[in-house]
Design a protein around this ligand. Sequence first.
Ligand SMILES: NC(=O)c1ccc[n+]([C@@H]2O[C@H](COP(=O)([O-])OP(=O)(O)OC[C@H]3O[C@@H](n4cnc5c(N)ncnc54)[C@H](O)[C@@H]3O)[C@@H](O)[C@H]2O)c1
Length: 284
Amino acid sequence: MELKTRMDGQVAVITGGAQGIGASTGRIMAELGATVVLADVNEDGANATAEAINADGGTAVGVRYDAFDKDAVRGLITDVAGRFGHLDILHNNVGGSWPDRDLQVLDIDDDTWLKIFDWNMHTTHWATTAVLPIMLEQGKGSIVNTITGGAQVGMSIQVAYGSAKGAVSSYTRYVAVQYGRRGIRCNAVNPGLILTPHAVEVMSEDFKRSLFDQITTVRAGVPDDIGYAVAFLASDAAGYINGEAITVAGGGPRSSHDAEALRVGAYGPSVPAPPADLILPDLH
Ligand SMILES: NC(=O)c1ccc[n+]([C@@H]2O[C@H](COP(=O)([O-])OP(=O)(O)OC[C@H]3O[C@@H](n4cnc5c(N)ncnc54)[C@H](O)[C@@H]3O)[C@@H](O)[C@H]2O)c1
C-alpha cells in the first residue's frame, strides 16, 4: 500500500524555511519525497538547511526572498513554478512580531502595526494569489497557513501579531470555500509554544514556565511537532480536510478561560489582576 502521506514528485515551497518550524517542515516533506524549496531572507541559512537535507538523501534548494516585498513574494512563486513546471504545496510559514514594539492597542505605532500585518497576513495573501492560478491550472494544490493560539485567546501584548494571525485564520477559510471545489485545499496549523531558537531567545522564563504549567503532554513542543502536522495537512492523506486549523499545543490553553499563562505576558509586565470587587455574571 502506498501511503498517501508520501509526496514523491511534488514540489513544495516553504516560506521562512531556513530555521525553526519552516526548516522542520522542509526536512519532513523531503523525507516524504517532495522537492523542497526553502525561501528565506537568510539566504545562507536556507542554503545550509537545504544542504543538510540533500546530505540526508532528500532534495532541497535554498532561495533568498523578502516576505515584506510583494514583488519578491510573487517572484518566488512564479520562479519556482517555472523552474520545476509545477508547484503542489505552499506552506505560508513566515511571520513574527517585534515584542518590544507590538504591545497594547493604545501603545502600538502605525508603522509597526502595518509591518506586522505585512509580515503575517499580507505576505500570506501575496503568496497565495501568486500560487492559486498555478494550482487552479493544475486542478490541484495544497496550502497550509500558520496562525497562533494567541489570536483566539487575546494576550496582554502583541495586539498586531494576534490580530494579523486571526486574519490569516479567516483567510484560510475563505480560500478553502472559494477554491475548494476547484481542487485547492487550504488549512492552517495553530502552534502553541514551540521551542524554536527564536522563541527560546525572546520569551521570558516566566512566560515559558507559565505555559508549560498548562500543557498536558510530558514534554515541551519542538519544531518537528508542527512540521509533522503541516506535512499531514499538505499531503493527500488529508484530502478531505479543507478550511480547518489543527492546534498543536500539547493540550495547552485554548480559550481565555484557561489562558492565565497568556496574561502573564511574554516580554513585559503582567496585565493587572481583576479588581477585587469585580462583579461576576450569574451563570445559573
Ligand atoms: N515558535 C512558536 O512558539 C510559534 C508559535 C505560534 C506561531 N508561530 C509561527 O510559526 C511561524 C514560524 O515561527 P518560528 O518560531 O519557526 O520562527 P523563527 O524566527 O525561528 O523562523 C522564522 C524564519 O523566517 C525567516 N524570516 C523572517 N523574516 C523574513 C522575511 N521578511 N522574509 C523572509 N524570511 C523571513 C527567518 O530568517 C527565519 O528563518 C511564524 O509564522 C510564527 O509566527 C510560532
